[in-house]
Design a protein. Structure first.
Length: 314
């Protein structure tokens, strides 16, 4: 159930979306390209592919099609000019953070192959065990759907809003054999990633592992599709607009007075001895004040008489 606040709030407020696989695209491919930021970038002015990032030897190609339904197309080949060994595509709803799971693994495989002058795990044959590709999901509690068609295997997330479908009936290396999906059916609501049959299993697993990761994705509030917002949890990022303070009630005033009195007593603690000395000083001061304001007992308690003038003799 969504914990977001009403949509009438600032549509550009940044929020953390969980689960991440329902966050959708943020309109940029930054997260997907980040693991290969050091690879050559080719900005294309013509054609549907707007940005192509390649490995230094151009055997791995990562294409960004900014205006197409198939937003990403990633391939790997034995040579720069040879046909791809495998292909992975991601649609326009897929979070770029999921794409980053694949590009991170590719960058690691390429660096490892370059260091040891090998062919690279990114060209390895897929495992004959379908479970190898989905192990991160099953380890995270995703379960097998018993209603899948014959010859296919489907693993579903605990919330039922994401899954992976493996079609074991595909035989050609370029057939779409594995589909990762998330979100309700619909052009603007369902994220989909397709992997051809020749894709190494560890690369599919690396992509799936991101979907099993509980970490949220950062988005602006308006980027969450209306038909998905009730399925996600949104946590605002940064300060929230302050609320107008209410007027204090009489009870608040009394509590404040008591708290201030306690604080003053805590700042100026008194021992029992201190209190006795203070009481004695108070009594002494009062007695002195009484003596100065009353007639002196030595004079009988009456004021001095005024002197009488001397009498004159006749």
């Amino acid at each position: 159930m969504s914990t977001q606040q009403p949509y009438s709030q600032d549509p550009y407020q940044e929020v953390l979306v969980s689960p991440m696989y329902l966050a959708g695209s943020n309109g940029t491919g930054d997260a997907g390209f980040a693991p290969v930021a050091h690879w050559p970038h080719h900005y294309l002015d013509e054609g549907p592919c707007q940005l192509l990032v390649t490995s230094p030897d151009q055997r791995i190609r990562i294409g960004w099609f900014g205006d197409d339904f198939e937003l990403w197309k990633i391939t790997a080949a034995e040579e720069a000019v040879s046909a791809p060994r495998w292909t992975a595509t991601f649609n326009h709803v897929t979070p770029a953070e999921i794409v980053a799971g694949l590009t991170t693994a590719l960058a690691h495989d390429y660096a490892e192959a370059d260091a040891y002058e090998g062919n690279g795990r990114f060209l390895a044959s897929p495992s004959y065990r379908w479970a190898d590709a989905v192990r991160p999901l099953t380890d995270a509690g995703w379960t097998r759907d018993g209603g899948a068609e014959l010859g296919t295997v489907e693993i579903i997330a605990p919330d039922g809003q994401a899954g992976i479908l493996i079609d074991n009936r595909r035989s050609r290396p370029d057939d779409e054999a594995v589909t990762l999906w998330a979100g309700p059916p619909g052009w603007g609501t369902r994220a989909e990633a397709y992997f051809s049959a020749g894709t190494p299993s560890h690369l599919i697993a690396a992509t799936a592992a991101v979907m099993a990761d509980p970490a949220p994705a950062a988005r602006e509030r308006h980027q969450i599709h209306r038909e998905v917002e009730h399925l996600v949890s949104l946590t605002p990022v940064g300060p929230i607009a302050p609320q107008v303070p209410r007027a204090p009630t009489p009870l608040d005033v009394r509590r404040t007075a008591v708290t201030q009195a306690v604080n003053r007593a805590a700042r100026f603690p008194r021992t029992a001895a201190d209190l006795r000395v203070m009481a004695a000083r108070s009594r002494t001061g009062a007695s002195a004040q009484n003596r100065s304001s009353n007639p002196s007992p030595a004079l009988g308690g009456r004021p001095l008489a005024a002197p009488t003038p001397p009498r004159r003799s006749r």
